[in-house]
Design a protein around this ligand. Structure first.
Ligand code: CMC
Length: 432
């Protein structure tokens, strides 16, 4: 859908007035179009971190950070998590509508038929050092797919389906293979008789000599976790996927760049760091108040990991789902995780603290997803890989949308230069 022009805004610069159109989206979000600003006034906008910059119009995901709303293609994320499998949501994001039963079955078959990776690619894993981070392997493998499989050209549905299925199915296989590599076990190949999430759990936890029964609670939890990660409009990694894709490079390379962006501890890497923070608290005797004091200290760079969000100024709807899932998985495994107790105490105390209240800092998606993955037996350094598998359909949908957007241009922000003015190069012997 197109944005509607609903008004205009005037920008006054000295004695010049620039009249800019105001556009409105389907949920009432408004934007001033400043695309003529530099040409007509010589000025640019200064917006570090792009907190006020709309880089595109998109039909895919709606977030209301004040109200804690997250919807994919108009469906509430909680509704999707309660009623859909992950592959249905992947289909929804990419194609715009939920699949019928027949479409879902065809999609599942298509995903299964593309689940293997080229055998030469499997060899790559053996050349990584033992402690390589799986995110490094995942991004390298994602870009390597471009050497083995054809690029997506045009927007023919069959070609889109095939390329998307390749990526969604193979990235999951690569993720499981990278885990097996990290523990020195042989890879377990994907199976055609298993569904998407069951297949992943089997590749992770079975071995070529021993099949591991798949717990339906874990498969259901994985479906839901991947659904809550599936898209989040113009976040850091998605903006990277769009920016890299805007240069005209193929989908695989754009996704590899998105994986690198997601890895950072302020973004998807936070789920790993939450667990490390909780472990530290436990090791140091469980003093939650001390950690809160550190997080509040303006002179300390430390932040409470898993708290706060650029967009959500209320409880992250994904964190609500993850918290309940975590409890469900703990109940199913009959375990008692001391980190869960610390997490709940941390949440309770932070939410009652004026520092966090005044800044609207609530648990974000990463606060409880890491704990849930941990309960499922997924190792800590794989958490961000799980996030990447979940976010993949969102990245793909955003990349495809950009390809068909007549307003899209190569991403190229401006800057305010603050370096030295023109100076002459001195002969090397005379330089100080
Ligand atoms: N702990 C302590 N103080 C915080 C935190 C936190 N986790 N987050 C923000 N603040 C403070 C910040 O210091 C600032 O204080 P002041 O106004 O006194 O300077 C105020 O709250 C506003 O924060 P901000 O810096 O404007 O927030 P931002 O939009 O630039 O950053 C964020 C958002 C997610 C990077 C940040 O909240 C953070 O670093 N959180 C911890 C890391 C984390 O959990 N990241 C995962 C994000 S959710 C998943 C994803 O999107 O990938």
């Amino acid at each position: 859908m197109k944005m509607e022009k609903t008004g205009q805004a005037e920008i006054h610069i000295n004695d010049q007035t620039l009249v800019c159109p105001v556009y409105e989206g389907t949920e009432g979000e408004k934007a001033v179009d400043v695309s003529r600003l530099r040409k007509e006034t010589g000025l640019i906008t200064y917006d570090p971190g792009f907190g006020n910059t709309g880089s595109c119009a998109s039909d895919i995901t709606f977030i209301d950070g004040e109200k804690g709303i997250l919807r994919y293609r108009g469906y509430d994320v909680a509704d999707l998590a309660a009623r859909c499998e992950f592959i249905e949501v992947a289909y929804l994001l990419v194609h715009g509508s939920l699949p019928t039963l027949a479409q879902r079955e065809n999609y599942a078959t298509l995903l299964n038929s593309h689940s293997m990776i080229h055998e030469d690619m499997r060899e790559f894993f053996s050349n990584y050092p033992e402690h390589s981070h799986p995110m490094a392997i995942l991004s390298a493998m994602a870009v390597s797919l471009s050497s083995f499989y054809p690029e997506l050209r045009g927007d023919l549905k069959e070609d889109v389906d095939m390329t998307v299925a390749r990526l969604i199915s193979k990235l999951r296989t690569i993720a499981a293979f990278s885990y097996k590599k990290s523990i020195g076990e042989p890879a377990v190949y994907p199976r055609h008789d298993l569904k998407y999430c069951e297949n992943f759990l089997n590749m992770m936890f079975s071995s070529p000599v021993r099949g591991e029964p798949i717990n339906p609670v874990m498969a259901d939890a994985l479906n839901k976790l991947l659904i809550i990660h599936a898209d989040h409009e113009q976040n850091c990694s998605t903006s990277v996927v769009r920016a890299v894709g805007s240069s005209g490079i193929n989908l695989y390379a754009s996704i590899a760049a998105g994986i690198c962006a997601l890895w950072g501890p302020k973004h998807g890497g936070a789920n790993q760091h939450v667990i490390e923070m909780l472990e530290d608290i436990r090791r140091e005797g469980g003093d939650v108040d001390k950690v809160l004091e550190r997080a509040k200290n303006p002179r300390s760079p430390f932040r409470l990991i898993g708290f706060g969000h650029r967009v959500y100024k209320s409880y992250d709807p994904r964190a609500k789902i993850a918290k309940e899932l975590c409890k469900k998985v703990i109940a199913a495994t009959h375990t008692k995780d001391p980190l869960m107790d610390i997490a709940q105490e941390l949440e309770e105390k932070a939410l009652a603290d004026s520092y966090f209240q005044e800044r609207n800092l609530y648990p974000n998606v990463d606060f409880y997803t890491g704990l849930t993955y941990r309960e499922m037996g997924i190792p800590t350094n794989m958490f961000t890989v799980m996030f990447a598998i979940g976010r993949l359909p969102g990245w793909i949908a955003q990349w495809l949308e950009m390809q068909n957007d007549s307003d899209a241009r190569i991403a190229r922000p401006r800057q305010i230069y603050t370096g030295p003015n023109l100076r002459k190069v001195a002969p090397i012997a005379k330089r100080k």
